[in-house]
Write a protein that binds this ligand. Structure first.
Ligand code: AMP
Ligand code: ZN
Length: 112
């Protein structure tokens, strides 16, 4: 755990979050400043700074996150209506929190 990392603290339960899913490796919680009716952040509990830092050893973890994304989209009622996954990586992307996370957004017309 990175002691100065916001999402490491959330993963460790040191900072509260509105959890929607948790297991040993992955946490999903609601974005504090939602940009869509459904806006969930999905993170690995282990500290990875961004997609720019993933390695071969993360293949299974990243695959699990993808399948979880589908399950959460169903649970949140947006699997059919549509949803979007965004993962910002690095300064040009506007990444604000330096711990890998996927935004799951849906619940309205994202093309609007
Ligand atoms: P990014 O710009 O991709 O790094 O996104 C960071 C996201 O984290 C933003 O959408 C924020 O609203 C969200 N965020 C920041 N702090 C918290 C928090 N304590 N709980 C939930 N979401 C947060
Ligand atoms: Zn972290």
């Amino acid at each position: 755990m990175m002691t100065d990392c916001l999402f490491c603290k959330i993963a460790a339960g040191e900072i509260p979050s509105a959890k929607v899913y948790e297991d040993e490796e992955i946490l999903a919680f609601r974005d504090i400043n939602p940009q869509a009716p459904v806006h969930i952040l999905i993170i690995p509990k282990k500290h990875v700074a961004s997609l720019a830092e993933v390695g071969e050893e993360d293949t299974a973890l990243l695959g699990k996150i993808q399948v979880l994304t589908r399950k959460l989209a169903e649970q949140e009622g947006v699997a059919v209506s549509g949803f979007r996954i965004v993962s910002n990586s690095g300064p040009d992307s506007g990444q604000e929190v330096g711990h890998l996370h996927y935004h799951l957004m849906g619940g309205r017309d994202l093309m609007a």
